[in-house]
Design a protein around this ligand. Structure first.
Ligand SMILES: Cc1cc2nc3c(=O)[nH]c(=O)nc-3n(C[C@H](O)[C@H](O)[C@H](O)COP(=O)(O)OP(=O)(O)OC[C@H]3O[C@@H](n4cnc5c(N)ncnc54)[C@H](O)[C@@H]3O)c2cc1C
Length: 421
């Protein structure tokens, strides 16, 4: 099934709104617990409750307010404030979901219970886990939680984003910003390159003698030619990208001297943004749904764990075949999973889904690019439909990039409204 890219882009935001149409489950619908109130979990909880009002849906989330990673690179570039990244859970509660404002600390898959940090225990018929990522603090010598206060990762938005922005603002003009980007898989494949672009957008205005160096553990990256063409056009001589094969992989860091060491040399930074290797949120390991890779294998229809039946894993924590770890994907998976759970609880077989993902990136305030794909189950995996999707064209005329920047901000408004109400 080939879907032309233009049609896909136009329908992407609308598609992300369209909850699957489904008949109501029979009475006595059951109890579903959702762990993690991010793009996947909050969407799953709201959709479950909307599709089947008789369900008892509980969302377990320790934070009163969610801080969004999408668009947080714009905070670094002072395009908007961190307050615009924040969303509460009133809209989730309004749909009838019960909010347990605490963390899940243990899962007993045999007894079908979740233990909470406040001492309570919840029973479930189906459990949804969407705890997002944790930084793998064992993966990069020198990089621990204390080091992250000197060399912020800012890969979980919030205090880390604010810290990195402050460091950039305090840096002298002429300073070197060094970023490190990890090997796949990791949260938001185009994210490091959007960040490099927007930091440089800001440097060009406020600290034009400064430069940005990206040390990469990969030889290729998402939307690479689009990014590199834009860098040559907008920021000539300001961004240097060092791939794996040229010695880009960072093997250790020293927070005391802000030094990043690669196999080929040492780089001393004025500001260092270390994006380290990641894994599924810790509760996934505790529940036994993560494998040795650190991520959670699932089947491609209801996203049920292949390791622990009855537990569904969504979003960044899961291994979703060809689908990238994005908020767009997390939201789409959550809607599919909610519909499948309603079916399963009513004794029906869930239908094979088709999912869309689109990742927008800003290269400057008024310069957007995107990549899109369509995915469906095939041989136990989610695979990209051949001929679907694609990236923004390399050569464009007129206001095309400006239009895509507008699409990006419309998408952000849509996805956050849909996730948090
Ligand atoms: C800089 C940056 C830019 C990005 N830009 C984009 C973009 O433009 N477009 C896009 O689509 N994606 C983007 N992403 C990716 C996006 O942020 C993630 O893919 C998305 O947040 C994944 O959603 P999730 O629900 O799986 O995890 P999260 O959104 O991280 O949510 C996980 C939730 O689980 C909670 N939790 C964790 N452990 C527990 C526990 N034990 N008990 C209870 N709750 C728990 C956490 O508090 C959190 O609220 C970006 C990411 C970054 C870092």
């Amino acid at each position: 099934m080939a879907i032309p890219r233009r049609t896909l882009l136009k329908t992407a935001a609308a598609a992300s709104l369209a909850a699957p149409s489904i008949a109501s489950a029979q009475a006595g619908a059951g109890r579903v617990v959702v762990i993690g109130g991010g793009f996947a979990g909050a969407t799953a909880a709201r959709t479950l409750q909307t599709l089947e009002p008789k369900l008892a849906v509980t969302l377990v989330e320790p934070n009163r307010v969610y801080t969004s990673c999408p668009f947080s690179n714009g905070v670094l570039a002072a395009l908007w404030e961190i307050s615009q990244q924040r969303f509460g859970y009133d809209g989730v509660v309004k749909t009838g979901v019960t909010l347990a404002q605490t963390a899940a600390t243990a899962i007993d898959a045999a007894a079908k219970t979740v233990t909470l940090a406040d001492g309570n225990k919840l029973s479930y018929d189906r459990l949804v886990m969407s705890p997002g990522i944790d930084i793998d603090w064992t993966a990069l010598p020198g990089y621990d939680e204390a080091a992250a206060q000197k060399m912020p990762h800012a890969w979980k938005a919030g205090d880390q984003t604010v810290l990195l922005r402050q460091q950039l603002q305090n840096m002298e003009d002429g300073g070197l910003v060094v970023m490190s980007s990890p090997a796949n898989p990791f949260r938001c494949p185009p994210g490091p390159y959007e960040r490099a672009s927007l930091i440089t957008y800001w440097l060009k205005i406020w600290k034009p003698k400064s430069k940005l160096l990206i040390l990469d553990a990969k030889d290729t990256f998402s939307k690479q030619r689009l990014f590199q063409n834009a860098w040559a056009q907008l920021y000539p001589g300001m961004i240097e990208w060092v791939p794996l094969s040229k010695g880009g992989k960072v093997v250790s860091v020293d927070p005391a001297t802000l030094t990043l060491t690669t196999e080929f040399g040492r780089h001393k930074a004025a500001v260092a943004n270390v994006i380290p290797p990641q894994k599924a949120g810790a509760i996934a390991q505790q529940a036994g749904v993560a494998d040795r890779s650190g991520w959670c294998p699932v089947e491609p229809v209801a996203f049920e764990s292949t390791l622990r039946p009855g537990i569904h894993v969504l979003g960044d924590a899961a291994i979703m075949g060809g689908m990238p770890k994005s908020a767009f994907a997390a939201n789409a998976q959550a809607k599919v999973c909610a519909a499948a759970i309603v079916d399963l609880l009513a004794g029906r077989k869930p239908v094979d889904p088709i999912l869309i993902n689109t990742c927008f990136s800003l290269v400057a305030a008024d310069y957007g690019i995107s990549i899109a794909g369509v995915y469906r189950p095939d041989k136990g995996q989610l695979v990209e439909v051949p001929g679907s999707g694609g990236a923004s064209p390399l050569d464009v005329v007129g206001g095309y990039r400006g239009q895509e920047a507008l699409y990006a901000s419309s998408w952000f408004k849509t996805i956050t409204a849909e996730t948090f109400g």
